[in-house]
Design a protein around this ligand. Structure first.
Ligand code: DGY
Length: 321
């Protein structure tokens, strides 16, 4: 008998066709609306494999419903939406999609940095609203990128890919990571510093670390107060790493100069979110990995992981549980 698979969001036809060769496939048919929790709780009962997005909270309660689930295949590199110990207790393998989105996410991180530094969105908004008076010396002036100091918090794959972009702009790159990586320091020409020093010395602080309870609100009032008044905070990791209230205050008071945010603690962000009212913030709807090629690579890797596990083989990119 064919194994059963549930997919929590409408995926491209070719992906479904690939899966349907091997399995009985059911899918939540919406592209932009997450599967309601009660439907997920029902569907998970009798399936062997689940393909889900980061919008699905696969917590203990959901996992408890699964009777013979063998794999949860997350279409994302981050997996903070899944309760790993609960999955491990039931012998369920969890996989993610590292590697395939590295360069695309680094591109977007640098794009956000540049947009925030040079006020790209703010200046364009002024032009479109008909308020562009005349060329003037100091209007729309931003911060230099070339030759500035970039501080990267979290030197994983994406952090390293960001270094390569920064080096093209002759930036001085500092990093802070749980474990020091001396080989990378030599290879990439970067310097390890403590978190406090990184915050004090950097013109740009980029958050490039995975989210977990230990790094919840890692960047809060105290950390923001250490940053330079010309500094810009960039977050393309997870919203929960930053205390958004503290960030709002720091930006409003001019304690730091700007921010580029691709992620929020609650997504989708509501229109009355205070950070959306600030012209020195560039905001994006979590599009770090959103290129056609990369999203297809992510979906294919998620499918390949699932196929392997349901065929009794080792997954390609398992998450350590
Ligand atoms: C991830 O993969 O974790 C990103 O946030 C979405 O690509």
């Amino acid at each position: 008998m064919k194994s059963s698979v549930y997919i929590t969001r409408k995926l491209p036809e070719e992906i479904i066709d690939k899966l349907s060769q091997y399995f009985h496939v059911r899918m939540w048919g919406e592209e932009n609306i997450p599967v309601p929790r009660e439907i997920l709780m029902k569907e998970i009962e009798n399936i062997d494999g689940l393909i889900c997005l980061l919008t699905e909270k696969i917590d203990e309660e959901v996992i408890a419903k699964a009777k013979h689930l063998k794999i949860i295949s997350n279409v994302a590199v981050g997996y903070n939406n899944i309760n790993l110990p609960a999955a491990a207790r039931k012998g369920i393998i969890v996989t993610n999609t590292p590697g395939v989105l590295t360069e695309t996410t680094a591109d977007l991180t640098f794009a956000l940095l540049m947009a925030a530094a040079r006020r790209v969105v703010n200046a364009s908004d002024v032009l479109r609203s008909g308020k562009w008076g005349a060329w003037s010396l100091m209007e729309f002036t931003g911060q230099d990128i070339y030759g500035a100091t970039l501080g990267i918090i979290g030197l994983g794959r994406i952090g390293e890919a960001l270094v390569k972009r920064a080096k093209g702009f002759d930036m001085n790159v500092l990093y802070y990571n749980r474990t020091r990586k001396q080989d990378k320091e030599r290879e990439l020409g970067i310097h390890y510093v403590e978190l406090k020093d990184l915050l004090q010395q950097s013109d740009y602080v980029c958050l490039m670390l995975p989210y977990s309870a230990e790094v919840h609100h890692l960047i809060s009032k105290e950390e923001l107060s250490l940053m330079k008044p010309n500094a810009i905070l960039i977050n393309t990791a997870r919203g929960g790493i930053v205390d958004e209230e503290a960030l709002y205050e720091a930006l409003r008071n001019g304690d730091i100069w700007g921010a580029g945010l691709d992620v929020f603690e609650q997504e989708p962000v509501t229109m009355d979110h205070p950070l959306l009212s600030l012209s020195n913030v560039v905001t994006l709807p979590h599009i770090g990995s959103a290129s056609v090629k990369t999203r297809m690579r992510m979906a294919n890797l998620a499918v390949d992981n699932l196929v392997k596990v349901l065929n009794g083989e080792e997954p390609i990119t398992p998450v350590q549980q």
